[in-house]
Design a protein around this ligand. Structure first.
Ligand code: AMP
Ligand code: MG
Ligand code: MG
Length: 337
């Protein structure tokens, strides 16, 4: 491509590399075994050294490159100098080569808002670490080894972990990057660990193979660590053939686009804008929909409330069916929160 690509393309190209770097940080902290866990609002709302370092890496790398962009990260960190080895300056060439959708060609740097979840699925990340250490395993074992069977739970939990970088313009989530640091852990070799999925509205989503659950099956994916009666009542109201309970908003959207689940149902406050911004774009870029439990879209302006108080309802197909099944009692309970 001749000339300087539009800022949206340059930002996504940087976010891709920055998310890869953050994913490597998440792996390194797990291997070190020193998680430095801090409880934020309680035992189910945790922060680790990986959350802190990955956020520093993402926010500092992007703000050096794009100083006029508003960047909002999940973690509340004291202002301090970020170590130089956390800075990523690269850009994904493959993304720079793509043509920008017309509607984003003239977007200015100062009009963009970036929502950062440096580690989505922290609860599962800490549980996986505990399982691995109980077995005194320092390396992630590969499938088929004896340790693999003993630690299958820990390894399954690591799939729940993602790094999320969402980009909004005019209040709309328009581009996003998801890094899954432990993808392919079965193969064992560090070189093959992890993958990065990215997408832009009007261009598409890349880095995975789109698959769908058969039309006659309803598989609902929901939280495993933040459930309550309202969440369960709402899942049951969907009349699912099967229910999967996993961690992470990013992970659940990956399940939707890879044919493992038909709908993501979470009738509770708890998810924040940094949880849904990037996943929403990836889902929308392939024709799916993410809304609150009323079927209303979320807004991603810089000054919006962080909490997604009216829950999360997402599906690759037939989103309107799931909205129609939400019981009035569930909507009433969400209103009171
Ligand atoms: P989950 O599906 O439970 O993994 O939640 C998806 C995302 O929303 C994760 O980043 C969680 O930390 C966050 N989340 C959901 N519910 C809560 C809650 N009750 N308290 C804190 N964070 C929550
Ligand atoms: Mg999260
Ligand atoms: Mg997080």
């Amino acid at each position: 491509m001749s000339g300087n690509p539009p800022v949206v393309m340059r930002l996504v190209a940087s976010a891709y590399k920055v998310a890869e770097k953050a994913g490597a940080i998440v792996r390194k902290v797990l291997h070190s075994g020193e998680l430095g866990i801090v409880e934020k609002t309680g035992a189910n709302d945790l922060q680790t050294m990986a959350d802190r370092l990955a956020q520093q890496s993402i926010c500092e790398s992007l703000s050096r490159h794009f100083p006029k962009i508003t960047i909002i990260g999940e973690e509340d960190l004291p202002p301090e100098k970020v170590q130089e080895d956390l800075i990523e300056t690269g850009q994904a060439e493959e993304i720079l080569q793509r043509s920008c959708p017309d509607e984003f060609k003239e977007v200015k740097e100062e009009e963009l808002v970036v929502w950062v979840d440096p580690l989505d699925g922290t609860k599962e990340y800490t549980e996986a670490s505990r399982c691995l250490r109980l077995g005194a395993v320092t390396q992630i074992p590969h499938k088929g080894s004896d340790t693999s069977r003993a630690h299958s739970t820990a390894l399954w939990l690591l799939d729940n972990v993602t790094v999320l970088i969402g980009i909004a313009y005019g209040g709309r989530a328009i581009a996003g990057v998801i890094n899954q640091p432990f993808y392919n852990y079965q193969l064992g070799a560090e070189a093959t660990l992890g993958r990065t999925i990215w997408g832009i509205l009007g261009l598409g989503a890349f880095g995975f193979k789109l698959q769908e659950v058969p039309e006659d099956r309803r598989i609902v994916t929901t939280t495993r660590s933040h459930s309550n009666k309202v969440v369960t009542d709402c899942v049951n109201a969907m009349e699912p053939h099967d229910v999967i309970r996993v961690g992470g908003a990013g992970n659940k959207i990956i399940q939707l686009i890879e044919g493992k689940a038909s709908a993501y149902v979470f009738a509770s406050p708890g998810c924040k804008k940094w949880d849904t911004c990037a996943p929403e774009v990836i889902l929308h870029a392939v024709g799916g929909k993410l809304t609150d439990m009323y079927g209303k879209p979320y807004c991603y302006h810089a000054d919006v409330k962080h909490m997604n108080s009216a829950g999360v309802l997402a599906a690759l197909r037939n989103h309107e069916y799931y909205v129609s099944r939400v019981p009035p009692s569930v909507l009433q309970a969400l209103k009171n929160d």
